[in-house]
Design a protein around this ligand. Structure first.
Ligand code: AMP
Length: 430
């Protein structure tokens, strides 16, 4: 039997319900903050990710799904969205149309990681990129949006971690300090960290190896070595968050993996999803647009993992959705009435109701079981002697009330279907 690829997941109807609820809230909250949705292709030229994310990162170094197409071009399934959004921003000169572009997305991403709970090879992110302003209030806005969405989904066990990486010049000076601090301990570091020592020394802070963390004790702290402007901006971010009532922690080890970050970085972690605890992460990247060939344009963004968030929601039992329902199930009492029932269903659907009926020529009892399974609010019986004398029967499932209606006056049924208890379920949720 052919199965789904390791690290990918089918979303069955019960899963999709939760996804749509999440997506609905994501879209609403981005709308509140005046963000516009952007959609970019699933694959890009490999060079785009190599140049933006950085050759020394895990993503580019070992996780990308890269292939050569029949024309000989190296393509990569997108492992993250910032590079694609920035490419689109430059390609369509979005900066000329609007001085600040606030964009959001919901999209699949691809990374060849070792699959485990909360870590997949095709996963999905929602996120945002705001291009055109260096204001630290925009950094605070990003954190606020991400926090808002997670709270809206009912999550409570959340920690917002923030840090500032400063500008590249101050970071380079810091890296030298870290290098000299670690130089006589280099041989004791794990193999990965020894590699990072030469390629991307800040990432040693991300090491999961206890011995590495032990060796880092007493290391100089990046936040104490950043430039004045970054420090000042960071203070503004912290004050804005405090005023907005968003609890946060300083995490001087939060360096994030990618090359393009400057100044503020942040992550929101959950205490309810095991070792893969980061639900979202982001930060400022003031030099990326220029590096990819655009006019100098400051930017800030974040990305959040949908599978991981829904796992946290499940573990926290953070929301429950109302059962699906059907407005009307039509029960066919005579097999030969299929055509009448087909037309009747079309009529009510046109009027805006959700309608279904039996296609399997099942017994009346089995049809009623199906109506219950669908959580039908009303059942309409068509057939038998009643139909011959021009009537059908409508049953309200909540209390068993029945109404006999002339087939020629379906508008009476419309009235019944429009009773208030039908409107209890908020369809706008989906
Ligand atoms: P990153 O782009 O690595 O900063 O990731 C942002 C968020 O995407 C993380 O906090 C996770 O929630 C999610 N994420 C990243 N990689 C994966 C993966 N392989 N599987 C599932 N979710 C992921």
């Amino acid at each position: 039997m052919i199965k789904a690829i390791k690290g990918t997941k089918d979303l069955l109807p019960d899963d999709v319900k939760n996804w749509k609820y999440l997506e609905h809230n994501v879209r609403n909250i981005f709308r509140d903050f005046n963000y516009k949705e952007i959609r970019t292709p699933i694959f890009e030229e490999t060079l785009l990710f190599e140049r933006s994310i950085g050759e020394a990162t895990d993503i580019v170094g070992k996780e990308m799904y890269t292939f050569t197409d029949r024309g000989g071009t190296s393509l990569t399934l997108k492992p993250e969205m910032t590079a694609s959004v920035v490419r689109a921003f430059i390609e369509h000169s979005l900066g000329n149309l609007q001085s600040l572009n606030k964009l959001f997305y919901i999209s699949p991403m691809f990374r060849q990681e070792r699959p485990q709970a909360g870590r997949l090879r095709q996963f999905h992110q929602f996120g945002a990129e705001a291009l055109g302003s260096a204001s630290p209030f925009l950094d605070a806005e990003m954190i606020q949006i991400a926090f808002h969405i997670l709270k809206k989904l009912g999550l409570n066990d959340l920690t917002v971690k923030i840090n500032s990486l400063g500008v590249p010049a101050s970071r380079e000076l810091y890296k030298e300090k870290l290098k000299s601090f670690l130089s006589d301990k280099k041989e004791l570091l794990s193999e990965d960290s020894r590699k990072r020592f030469d390629t991307n020394i800040l990432r040693i802070f991300d090491s999961k190896v206890d011995a590495d963390q032990h060796l880092l004790k007493g290391a100089p702290i990046l936040l104490e070595h950043i430039d004045d402007e970054s420090r000042n901006d960071f203070d503004i971010v912290m004050k804005a968050l405090a005023k907005a009532g968003i609890p946060f922690e300083l995490d001087p080890k939060l360096v994030r993996g990618l090359d393009y970050y400057t100044k503020t970085t942040f992550e929101i972690v959950s205490g309810k999803v095991g070792s893969q605890s980061a639900l979202c992460g982001g930060g400022r990247y003031d030099l990326l647009v220029e590096e990819l060939g655009g006019k100098p344009t400051p930017g800030v963004g974040f990305a959040a993992g949908i599978e991981r968030i829904l796992l946290a929601c499940e573990n926290e039992k953070s929301f429950t959705l109302p059962d699906d329902f059907l407005d009307l199930f039509i029960v066919k009492l005579d097999k030969e009435l299929s055509s009448v029932i087909f037309d009747t269903a079309s009529y009510f659907r046109k009027e805006g109701f959700t309608v279904d009926f039996d296609y399997l020529d099942r017994s009346v009892k089995a049809q009623m079981r199906e109506a219950n399974k669908c959580n039908a609010k009303f059942v309409l019986f068509i057939g038998g002697d009643e139909h011959k004398s021009g009537y059908c029967n409508l049953k309200k499932m909540s209390n068993g009330d029945q109404l006999q209606v002339p087939v020629a006056q379906m508008d009476q049924i419309l009235q019944a279907l429009n009773t208030p208890d039908l409107l209890q379920n908020d369809r706008s949720l989906y």
